[in-house]
Design a protein around this ligand. Structure first.
Ligand code: ATP
Ligand code: MG
Ligand code: MG
Ligand code: MG
Length: 569
């Protein structure tokens, strides 16, 4: 590529709405251009990085046996209604109507469409397993779009979906994808960590997130340096729920109770669109004298805590002063932790200030289809200690008994799930087994945030001059900076020769023939983050040498002209 024929647009200052370094640097390097909140044009320089990220993902997905297709961005509401997600997804799901007034979703992900493909295309056990993927535009109407490509509303995701005959098969497909992700993130040249994760609203069992390690990451990762224990904070806290943390004054009792039913019941009672916006519900009892008050603590998607005192909630006035046995009778369980819908979740909000101040607090927690009761975290403990109970902190013993836990911050760039029959059941995706009997397919899904990778890579690799791309995803691998391309014939001749040689060797090289002054030229490429720079000047050429400088190097190295191609390759 010749810079004069490409589009380069750098800025000295980042726009004031850019908060974190990756956002600032991508704006300054002219990689993205804001169109609206969370919506960006990928400018030529940024798109080159995106394409490299996509190509690595594509190669590794193909190698792992996944098959590429391309599903529509705009998807009929009917499919989303079949799985209930039309209602459950809430405002994050972008909806549009066509001229006939029919509803459509702009895909935030594609479980419904792929399950529809598979239920009509796959008939027999002989066609399984199969894993389809696409790299496609997504839209999520995020409550707080921010940090540039890191949390956009429109973004690119690679999402893959595996279908198997049985659970064992699904677990095998999951492992293949997990390994492919390790290969992908290694090729990106990024420091990352895979952690056990909660399944969240998607349902099913078994899930890992892949995080790029960065201090600015939104997520806390908990791991033991002495073993392979690693979990995101939510999953780690779910484990810490067990009474081994020494807070419970009595053993936990585990009773079979379907959490989903409980949550839905509460939502219905409250007449609130809980299924849409609320991840978890905590019921707490506050015994003031002889009276017992019920509190509902609604933990929303973003860990924002909302307290709703029951007597302020319409339709629940009859339970204003419910006794414990009334609650037992009504909800079929002791007051305690009820959510999130259908999944295991820590008692995150239990130690919230409000609750910790209650005189006598009884709580429980959900594991899928089980409910723990009998824990009493608050009793006899001073507030600060109570406040600490829900947190996993550095130095805590690792749940596997090996070593002490460390905590670091990460950016979620990938997520793999075992979904089981969550979608195949609702959408009746079956195949005929060897005996000709229909069986539900076992499904897995696997996402990578393609555009988020750019932000994450920069958060991990930058300095005061700009971005430092790992070579595998850099917009260009090598930049040639001639000193006087228009003035010196020797410089022009050597530069052109080297440029051709590098291209022939398959190196992604850019020749800066814009005629900028050296200082401005160097500053641009350091900001853009090209990992290798070669300076061609008359002075060096007199000794038959060129100057090489790696983006992280503090000084240049003189390299003989004839050796440069091999040197940067
Ligand atoms: P987050 O916790 O950051 O909101 P998520 O858990 O909702 O992400 P998934 O549904 O697991 O996201 O989607 C798979 C991947 O898509 C994520 O691991 C992430 O890399 C990427 N992704 C999700 N939301 C966004 C977004 N708003 N902008 C850019 N990438 C995103
Ligand atoms: Mg999200
Ligand atoms: Mg997440
Ligand atoms: Mg996720």
């Amino acid at each position: 590529m010749r810079a004069s024929r490409f589009f380069i647009s750098t800025l000295k200052e980042a726009p004031s709405d850019a908060e974190i370094v990756s956002h600032k640097l991508m704006m300054r390097a002219g990689m993205i251009k804001r169109l609206g909140s969370g919506i960006y044009t990928y400018m030529p320089m940024g798109l080159r990085v995106i394409r490299k990220v996509e190509n690595i993902i594509r190669e590794e997905m193909n190698r792992a046996g996944a098959v590429e297709l391309l599903m529509p961005v705009v998807q009929p509401a009917e499919l989303w209604q079949e799985t209930g997600r039309w209602d459950k997804m809430g405002p994050e799901l972008m909806r549009v109507k066509d001229r006939h007034g029919r509803d459509y979703a702009i895909q935030p992900t594609s479980e419904e469409v792929i399950t529809d493909v598979v239920r009509t295309e796959i008939k027999s056990y002989r066609q399984l397993p199969i894993n389809f993927y696409h790299i496609q535009t997504k839209f999520r109407d995020e409550r707080r779009p921010r940090f540039g490509l890191m949390r956009g509303r429109e973004f690119t995701m690679k999402d893959a979906y595996s279908f198997d005959r049985d659970v064992e098969g699904m677990q095998k497909s999951y492992k293949i994808m997990y390994d492919a992700y390790v290969a992908i993130f290694n090729r990106f040249g990024l420091q990352f960590r895979a952690v056990a994760a909660d399944n969240g609203a998607i349902g099913g069992s078994g899930s890992h997130e892949f995080h790029v390690i960065a201090d600015t990451g939104e997520d806390a990762l908990v791991y033991s340096p002495e073993s392979d224990y690693a979990a995101n904070m939510e999953a780690a806290e779910a484990v810490a729920l067990t009474p081994t943390r020494g807070a419970a004054t009595q053993p936990l009792v585990k009773t079979p109770t379907p959490g989903k039913a409980k949550c839905e019941h509460v939502a219905e009672l409250l007449g609130l669109p809980l299924a849409q916006t609320v991840k978890s519900i905590v019921l707490a009892v506050d015994k003031e004298g002889a009276e017992t008050e019920i509190w509902l603590l609604l933990l929303r998607g973003d860990h924002e805590l909302n307290e709703v005192k029951v007597n302020k909630v319409p339709g629940l006035s009859t339970f204003r002063f419910a006794t414990e046995s009334e609650i037992m009778e009504f909800f079929g369980t002791k007051p305690g932790y009820l959510g999130p819908i259908g999944t295991k979740k820590p008692i995150k909000v239990v130690a919230d200030r409000t609750v910790a101040n209650m005189n006598d607090f009884v709580c429980g927690a959900n594991e899928e289809d089980f409910h723990y009761t009998g824990a009493n975290w608050g009793r006899d403990l001073p507030d600060p200690v109570v406040a600490d109970l829900r947190n996993v902190v550095a130095g805590d013993p690792s749940p596997d008994g090996k070593g002490a836990l460390s905590i670091q911050r990460g950016i979620e760039v990938g997520h793999v799930f075992q979904l089981g029959t969550r979608y195949s059941e609702d959408m009746k995706a079956t195949y005929l087994d060897e005996t000709g009997k229909p069986q539900l397919m076992q499904m897995g899904c696997y996402g990578i945030g393609v555009t988020r990778i750019l932000g994450a890579a920069i958060e991990q690799n930058f300095d005061e001059k700009g971005i430092i791309w790992p070579a595998s995803i850099a917009p260009f691998e090598v930049v040639l900076c001639p000193m006087g391309y228009d003035r010196s014939e020797a410089v022009k001749a050597e530069t052109d020769k080297l440029y051709d040689a590098l291209l022939a060797a398959g190196v992604d090289v850019v020749l800066d023939d814009r005629g900028e002054r050296p200082g401005a030229m160097f500053a641009d490429w350091e900001l853009i983050g090209v990992p290798h720079r070669v300076v061609i000047g008359d002075r060096g050429l007199k000794d038959g040498k060129l100057e090489y400088q790696g983006r992280r190097d503090t000084a240049a190295t003189a390299v003989p002209v004839a050796e440069m191609t091999a040197f940067v390759k």
